[in-house]
Design a protein around this ligand. Structure first.
Ligand code: SF4
Length: 675
């Protein structure tokens, strides 16, 4: 059998835009790849398939090129394009080694309209709103606009006699659904390993109400890209190339399977070709290590050392790497001096504790001295703790943004909250998982019920409430706004709910001035970590998923306590989802296994960590598994046993999220008692 042609497709082109070296590793089974898509899960992650299907209903009467086989798809497209006028979905177009499938291609005589459908929301009406004030492309829009630029380029080469215009079709944040139940019209299902969308029978264009997608003409920006006036760094070893030559270069290197060496940089931090220890043990190759060996001369033992890319929230990483500084230990503290009074990317406030710059220096100092011990600002933490009121409440929300609205009056990608977990600590130290909520009912907007349940659990006392990161505060603000817009007849307790939000949350920028935060405004445990605590084993990340294993690894108190089966429904620490559970179990090296790894993955198809790349907002990465699980329950066909299994998994995960906060609190309290 002839080998499959090595076409530079639009997704490979976008991969090369991130890092051209990745073209060499992609698609090779011998390399670990954490971005290997499960098309079904990615279809669920951000609603892309549903938006795609809705788009087709807005451009009706077209022909879908269904086959995935390149040659067959090209042939069918060629044939249909013989017609004077035609609309094609998933048209296949090739020019030499360049290949694309266009979401919507409309032929009308000598013109071709290319419509790229993206499940991304846009709160504007013109392409200029995708640009910075200096005329360069906003970072968020680069890959979308380059995607169109690539497609228009290939179409121009393939159809030189046609006039080609290009558009992005986006979820319109200014639009509101004018009908109820829109999102339940699109069900996702799997067929022969492919993700498909079934539109509910009898759905007509009228039933969709006013459009919630907006068509943005992007030719002007695409032209800027062609003329290299868009300000994007294309990161090539051969220097800057005009767009067309750059595409030729990429396609040639890819066709010949030649590695394109590019500079190491911050981009490497999230490189999907980095192996876990287990993957390496199983014989998979690490593209990440290959690059760092080849470019920086690192040897195997060096990868145990913290690298410059681990430097916390720093915009100096690229310049340090350019100077040949690869390890944290080699950074001269002078190089971390703030550029401005407030520390460049540092804190712009007078709050106590570490500034961002001091934290980075601490990280470097610990790496330089090889000191694995955690840093505590005991006085700072004590001062914070003195203001806390018992019982302490630890809460965590699971939320999502649904592409197509549930109800009339809602915008695409409106934030919704569907799950929370709640642990409580009494003044005498008793800990319990006391509450949870999960709204899994199909087709119902969950946020107001969610809020009622949360309020009921937290309003009985004045205890301090803890969240981890801004997410919970952001979502209470979102629900506040949704309530403000709701019909008071449909939500009779609207004022009461809004009033309660103002007691436990502070207004976000969008709600600035809407209320004065009260004394019970939630305490952000992440902020406490950033100001008063640093553990070298976190690798510079403050995500609770990194902080928890680090803390467990260095606390014999927690290890002894949670190695016993004290956690369960009627045990010492009552739980709502576990019967009898030991959170501490050890691996072969005698290290406590990350408690998240003790839980079975939510999906059989993928490890939870690998789902993170399916959501574009990095702030939501930790909740990706829950988002996808919720979408699966809403928008895919499943039997009751599967639904129950997903619900159970979600409840356990969310419970661990708040238990992790409790464990961190216990660790701090213990250390402070000893100090
Ligand atoms: S390690 Fe860095 S240079 Fe190598 S493929 Fe990954 S991102 Fe690109």
């Amino acid at each position: 059998m002839a080998p499959a042609p090595r076409y530079l497709t639009k997704s490979r082109f976008i991969l090369a835009l991130e890092c051209a070296t990745k073209l060499f590793y992609t698609g090779k089974v011998e390399y670990a790849d954490h971005k290997k898509d499960d098309p079904f899960l990615s279809a669920l992650a951000e609603g892309g398939f549903q938006v795609g299907e809705l788009a087709k209903l807005y451009f009706p009467g077209g022909y879908e090129i269904e086959t995935l086989a390149h040659e067959q798809a090209l042939e069918q497209t060629r044939e249909l394009l013989q017609r004077e006028s035609v609309i094609l979905y998933e048209a296949a177009v090739r020019y030499r080694n360049l290949f694309l499938r266009a979401d919507i291609l409309i032929k009308d005589g000598a013109t071709l309209e290319l419509i790229e459908v993206k499940s991304k929301s846009f709160k504007g009406s013109s392409p200029e709103e995708m640009l910075n004030s200096n005329g360069t492309i906003l970072r968020d829009w680069v890959s979308y606009l380059y995607d169109v630029a690539f497609q228009k380029h290939v179409l121009t080469l393939a159809f030189p006699d046609k006039r080609i215009t290009s558009y992005l079709l986006l979820a319109d944040k200014n639009a509101r659904a004018t009908v109820d139940g829109l999102n339940q019209r699109f069900l996702i299902y799997k067929q022969n390993g492919r993700s498909r969308v079934r539109v509910r029978e009898g759905t007509t264009r009228e039933m969709l109400g006013e459009p919630i997608l907006i068509r943005i003409p992007v030719d002007r920006v695409v032209e800027m890209i062609y003329q290299d006036r868009d300000g994007t760094d294309r990161d090539l070893p051969v220097g800057d190339l005009p767009f067309a030559q750059w595409v030729d270069y990429l396609s040639e290197q890819y066709e010949q399977d030649r590695k394109i060496p590019t500079e190491l940089g911050s981009k490497c931090k999230k490189c999907e070709f980095r192996c876990t220890v287990e993957e390496e043990r199983n014989g998979l190759k690490s593209g990440f290590k290959e690059c760092w060996r080849e470019q920086a001369g690192l040897e195997d033992a060096d990868f145990a050392e913290p690298l410059v890319i681990d430097l916390w929230k720093s915009n100096s990483r690229d310049s340090l790497l350019k100077q040949g500084i690869y390890f944290l230990r080699d950074i001269d503290s002078e190089l971390l001096q703030p550029k401005s009074r407030n520390g460049g990317a540092g804190r712009a406030d007078e709050k106590p504790g570490l500034s961002r710059n001091q934290r980075r220096r601490l990280q470097v100092e610990k790496a330089r001295s090889g000191d694995p011990s955690p840093y505590f600002d005991t006085e700072g933490l004590k001062a914070e703790m003195s203001g806390w009121v018992y019982p302490l409440h630890f809460i965590d929300f699971e939320t999502t943004q649904v592409a197509i609205p549930f109800n009339r009056g809602m915008a695409p990608y409106e934030g919704i909250a569907f799950q929370f977990s709640h642990h409580r600590i009494e003044a005498d130290g008793r800990i319990a998982h006391v509450g949870q909520y999960l709204h899994a009912e199909r087709g119902k907007f969950p946020s107001f019920e969610f809020l009622r349940a949360l309020k009921k659990e937290l309003e009985a006392d004045q205890g301090t409430i803890f969240r981890y990161a801004a997410h919970e505060n952001t979502y209470l603000n979102i629900i506040y706004n949704q309530l403000q817009q709701a019909d008071a007849r449909e939500v009779p307790d609207r004022e009461e709910l809004c009033g309660w939000i103002t007691t436990v949350a502070h207004p976000t920028k969008r709600n600035s001035g809407a209320w004065v935060p009260g004394s019970r405004d939630m305490v952000d445990q992440l902020e406490l970590v950033e100001r008063y605590f640093y553990h070298p084993a976190t690798g510079g990340s403050n995500s609770l998923k990194k902080v928890l294993p680090a803390v467990l690894g260095s606390s014999s108190f927690l290890q002894e306590k949670y190695a016993r089966p004290i956690y369960g429904r009627s045990l010492e620490i009552p739980s709502l989802n576990f019967e009898s559970w030991s959170w501490i179990r050890y691996d072969e090296a005698g290290t406590p296994i990350d408690p998240y790894r003790l839980l079975p993955p939510i999906f059989e198809e993928a490890e939870d960590d690998d789902l993170e790349h399916l959501v574009s907002d990095p702030k939501l990465a930790d909740g990706a598994a829950a988002m996808i699980a919720y979408a699966r329950m809403q928008f895919s066909e499943m039997g009751e046993p599967e639904r129950q299994a997903i619900q159970q998994a979600l409840l356990k995960y969310c419970e661990l999220d708040t238990l992790a906060m409790v464990m961190l609190w216990e660790y701090w309290s213990r250390e402070l008692m000893r100090s």
